[in-house]
Design a protein around this ligand. Structure first.
Ligand code: ADP
Ligand code: MG
Length: 345
């Protein structure tokens, strides 16, 4: 058999392969775009969706923007303003760092990026049509901040497109992403519309009462009336949030929100610790509800584990596990169904 010649992938194909990891469906695009807004210091994020995100995803923010000269670079692979060195990667405090999201999305959609930093007089725009990152820089109208418009997702990758579900299912996934981000960042206002209809309009929530209102609005309104407040700290670990009473369990694990340093996280260590804490008070097959925030030193957690960044690795897994378990277990044990709830510390 003759051997096949080895060739370096074209940038376009390399991006489309990378997109396979990062861009699974419209919801993944929305997640990446919102993370970029948050990294840009936005206090307001407006999301417009058409046809479950397949036809259009538009995300607009009031963040610090991208300068004219940097605009084409923003769409290039491995181009980022967030990490310049390994040291920075290890003490990361941004959500993004791989410099892959925009390049990946641009390679499988028709993408337009418009931006205006406050210091620049006018806005500029670049676009890519799933081709070889060919971009033309044109002046545009835009207030301070950035808009990313993603049209016709997967128009040039039919195999991917085939895996998309109904418009409703795709929108549900996408709405879940927005919910998670809105729970992660009370200080940011969010709006979400679908086919011209407003689904969520959330103003920044500064006070505890406003935060609870946001949670009630996004989750089951009964949750707040059936939750214990958690506020506890030990050995550099801080946990705050709300955990559902055992009497407020669910048949699936669909109301479990955990955030590590502001990042939406799904993690086996965390899941196990929570499950153990509830073991004696929940019936088999029932699932706890919780919205919990864990804060720890950025250097104690590695986020560079998976391209979608849903997973993290704790430097000291035992410490984190024991902290979560003991604090939640105690809060649940101290709760008296007949009277007042006692918070952990
Ligand atoms: P990463 O977020 O990993 O850096 P992305 O491909 O998501 O990679 O974005 C590339 C770069 O484009 C970012 O590093 C940032 O400089 C810029 N950028 C993207 N979105 C925004 C935004 N909404 N506001 C300001 N800058 C942005
Ligand atoms: Mg990013």
């Amino acid at each position: 058999m003759t051997s096949r010649k080895i060739e370096v992938l074209s940038p376009r194909l390399a991006n489309q392969i990378a997109a396979g990891e990062v861009v699974e469906r419209p919801a993944s695009v929305v997640k990446e775009l919102i993370e970029n807004c948050l990294d840009a210091g936005a206090t307001r994020i407006d999301i417009d969706i058409e046809q479950g995100g397949v036809k259009l995803i538009r995300v607009r923010d009031n963040g610090r923007g991208i300068g004219k000269d940097d605009l084409p670079l923003a769409l290039a692979r491995h181009a980022t303003s967030k990490v310049y060195s390994l040291d920075e990667l290890e003490a990361l405090n941004s959500l993004g760092f791989r410099g892959e999201a925009l390049a990946s999305v641009a390679s499988v959609s028709r993408l337009t990026l418009t931006s205006k930093p406050a210091a620049q007089d006018t806005a500029w725009q670049v676009s890519a049509q799933g081709r070889d990152m060919a971009v033309d820089l044109t002046p545009a109208a835009h207030t301070d901040g950035t808009s990313v418009e993603v049209r016709d997702l997967f128009f040039n990758t039919p195999a991917r497109r085939k895996f998309l579900r109904t418009e409703k299912t795709e929108f549900n996934h996408l709405e879940e992403v927005v919910k998670r981000q809105a729970l992660a960042r009370f200080d940011v206002g969010f709006s979400l519309s679908h086919n011209g209809r407003t689904i969520h309009a959330l103003r920044p929530a500064a006070t505890p009462a406003e935060q609870q209102r946001r949670i009630a609005q996004l989750l089951n309104p009964d949750f707040m009336n059936n939750a214990l407040v958690i506020e506890t700290e030990r050995a550099g670990l801080t946990m705050t949030g709300w955990v559902g009473l055992p009497t407020f369990s669910r048949s699936s694990a669909d109301m479990q929100y955990f955030f590590v340093n502001g990042r939406v996280v799904r993690d086996k260590v965390i899941a196990h610790a929570v499950k153990q804490a509830y073991r004696d008070v929940l019936y088999n097959g029932r699932h706890a509800c919780f919205v919990l925030y864990l804060e720890l030193d950025n250097a104690a957690v590695d986020v560079n584990v998976h391209p979608t960044k849903h997973e993290v690795r704790f430097r000291d897994q035992r410490l984190v596990h024991d902290f979560l378990f003991s604090q939640l277990h105690r809060a649940l044990a101290e709760y008296r169904p007949d009277g007042q709830s006692l918070t952990a510390d």
